[in-house]
Write a protein that binds this ligand. Sequence first.
Ligand code: MCA
Ligand code: AMP
Length: 497
Amino acid sequence: MKQLPIIDRAISHGDSIAVQSDDQRLTYHDLLTRSANAAASFLDSQDDLNEKCVAFLAPNLIDYLTVQWGIWRAGGIAVPLSHFATEKELEYTLGNSEAAFVVTTREYEDQMIALCDLIKLRIIVLEDIQNASENHLPEIDPARRAMILYTSGTTSQPKGVVTSHNTIQAQIESLVEAWKWQSDDRIPLFLPLYHIHAVINIVACALWTGAEIESFPRFNLDSIFTRVAARAFTVFMAVPTIYIKMIQALESMPESERLKVLDGFAKMRLMVSGSAALPAQVYEHWKRLTGQSLLERYGMTEIGMALSNPFEGERRPGYVGQPLPGVEVRLLSEKGEEITAENESGEIQVRGPNVFLEYWNRPEATQASFRDGWFCTGDVAVLEEGYYRIMGRSSVDIIKSGGYKLSALEIESTILDHPDISECVIVGLPDETWGEVVAIATVMQPGKQLSLEELQAWCQDCLSSYKIPRRLMNLEQLPRNAMGKVTKPAVQKQFQE
Ligand code: MCA
Ligand code: AMP
């Protein structure tokens, strides 16, 4: 039977270790057996899930892969959920994706049962799946839909970005070629498994190549440094905030320990930064400490990775390099003309097999995000001496904090549910560690007052922690424009004074 390419490749990787997680080691062969069993259970008595969405909450990588590959092998669309999400956020994702059922692990069973009972969704607990004696799995056309990752943007609710098996393969092959992934690579995983950075760049690329992933329950400096000092890794990928946190930690460590960790970093063959701008001084600082030139690249949930500094050749601080293999990039001026000269800024537009299929159930939004077959990223860049430099985003409503993309509109609409707040404006403020932090300016209902701490406590139930405002001010004193609105740049300016 013809298998999905990632499955075929896993068969050839056989008894190599795919994942190490705590004391557990999973070979490619184990992963194939487990995911086939999971697929058989998901199918129940059907022949094929026929692109039904299956949402799953399984943050441990071994469980995650068992479920993700199980869904793929049963013909479903995998919709990973965030274990940082609030009940309200999970309910939105389950409803929006029209999940046919939910898969989770014993650890999250109670939480998910409570939620799934409420919205009448069937739930499968991974540990309850029996070993099947025979698995008749369907043949899957790789042009079919494979995954939905939710992304925040210029709408008040996150949109589901749909990719096919072919899209995912194009995204993987481009990176494997550009960054020279090898089967003897070992990479740590500590980023969340519901964003493309972890899902494609780390996990999918490693498994495609037959490499090994060492999975950590979360980003924890001590445990990661211990393994780096033991020279456990050849490749490392993280967001700028993590490099900044690592610099701070390394500089306050006892000398003998620090030297071992620095040596572990120095020995790696590749260290990558992305998901947000890497400040040039952080690049320089990291190079001084470890001798490593961080490879900065640029990507987006809708397109995978598009631009990258080279594996071999000049890695220029403050720049994101050139188009990756198979990816076409152009800059479009505000007048809608393609920019052919250097030093002129324009919107980054991307075309190629790496580009997503559609926003789930949002045909107008999908259509609006393309122009003549090119995906419009909303990021503004300039080409300087052959390398692209990102200048910012065209929308003030998108905030990048700790590598997470946040929608100011989503946070505003959630916070407006607070009974004491009559108006609010959310903005991102520059921050040395987080890139940007979320800040809020409010108008309160007459006679009401709210401290930042009280607001944060209220937000715990409805917003993931990285969306919660870190600074607060009163909006009432700011001047309004002819429309009666305070503009976001004015709010940002006021915060910074
Ligand atoms: C947490 N804190 C914050 C934020 N997050 N403060 C300000 N802004 C934030 N965003 C506070 C907490 O409240 C807490 O405060 C303290 O910081 C530590 O929180 P904790 O959760 O423990 O932080 P952490 O575990 O150190 O997390 C930092 C992190 C995480 C590891 C950088 O944010 C992360 O995993 N980010 C990566 C997300 C990602 O994968 N993005 C890629 C998206 P207190 O101590 O007072 O309680 S994909 C993408 O962007 C595209 C396609 C691409 O190009 O890759
Ligand atoms: P997401 O929607 O989470 O996939 O985030 C994609 C966005 O992250 C892009 O549209 C950019 O704004 C930002 N981004 C990713 N990589 C970089 C980078 N190297 N420099 C600046 N911004 C980046």
